[in-house]
Each structure stands twice: as C-alpha cells, then as structure tokens.
Design a protein around this ligand. Structure first.
Ligand code: HEM
Length: 100
C-alpha cells in the first residue's frame, strides 16, 4: 500500500500491482462499499496528514475509486458478440447471411 501511494502521489513507480484486477475479482464488491471506504480513508487522511497532504490523498482516492468502479462495471457487463456468425440472419431457406 505504501508503494501504491508513493507511486500515485510522488510518481516513484514503486508500485507494480494490478488494482483493477484485484478489485474486479471480489464478487460482492458494490458502490456502497466504495462509499464506506472513501469515508474511512478521508477521516484517516484528515486525522494523520497535514491539511494540504490530506486534500491530495483524498482527491486522488476519489478519482481512483471512480475509475475502479467504472472498470468493475465494465468487466461485469455482457459484451456484444464479436464473430461474424453472431451477426448473421437466418433466411427462409435455412441459410444464414452476414448482416454487417
Ligand atoms: C469497496 C472498496 C474497496 C474494497 C472492499 C477493497 C478491497 C481490497 C482487497 C480485498 C484487496 C486485495 C485483493 C487481492 O489481492 O486479491 C485490495 C487490494 C488493493 N486495493 Fe483495495 N479495496 C477497495 C477500494 C480501494 C481503493 C478506492 C483503492 C485506491 C484508492 C484501493 C487500492 C488497493 C490497492 C493498491 C490494492 C493492491 C492491489 C495489488 O496488489 O495489485 N482499494 N483491495
């Protein structure tokens, strides 16, 4: 976590993880959880950081939480069919015709 925040705020490149994948694989994660997480994070940042640093942590945490939520939502929707066969129509003689 220290490496993560070091990379986010100081751009040190120390963090080598994959936060999107780590959160997308939590099956029950919901927007309300992010609300709680952000609230606790904000309280802690205000408690332990000087005001300007707390404001930076909080702003970044909100941006990252939003991007994680978009990524999680996108990973859960059913994507449209990509193959030509799935874009064909069935003709009266039983043959299929590509409609792209
Ligand atoms: C609903 C709110 C959240 C929950 C329940 C949650 C839970 C978790 C869990 C269970 C892991 C371990 C995943 C694994 O190793 O398989 C994890 C990793 C991590 N989380 Fe969160 N998280 C939340 C929000 C956030 C937010 C908003 C941030 C960033 C601002 C964040 C940053 C990270 C990072 C950097 C890791 C390490 C990822 C890695 O090792 O590649 N999390 N989180």
């Amino acid at each position: 976590m220290c490496d993560f925040w070091s990379s986010v705020l100081l751009m040190t490149g120390r963090f080598k993880g994959a936060p999107m994948a780590a959160h997308a694989r939590i099956p029950d994660i919901r927007p309300t959880h992010f609300g709680c997480w952000l609230h606790l994070f904000q309280q802690t940042a205000i408690e332990i950081c000087p005001p300007e640093a707390a404001a930076l942590f909080i702003a970044k945490s909100e941006m990252i939480a939003q991007s994680l939520q978009f990524g999680i939502a996108a990973s859960r929707v059913e994507l449209p069919a990509a193959s030509a066969a799935d874009r064909s129509v069935k003709l009266s003689d039983g043959a299929r015709r590509d409609v792209r």
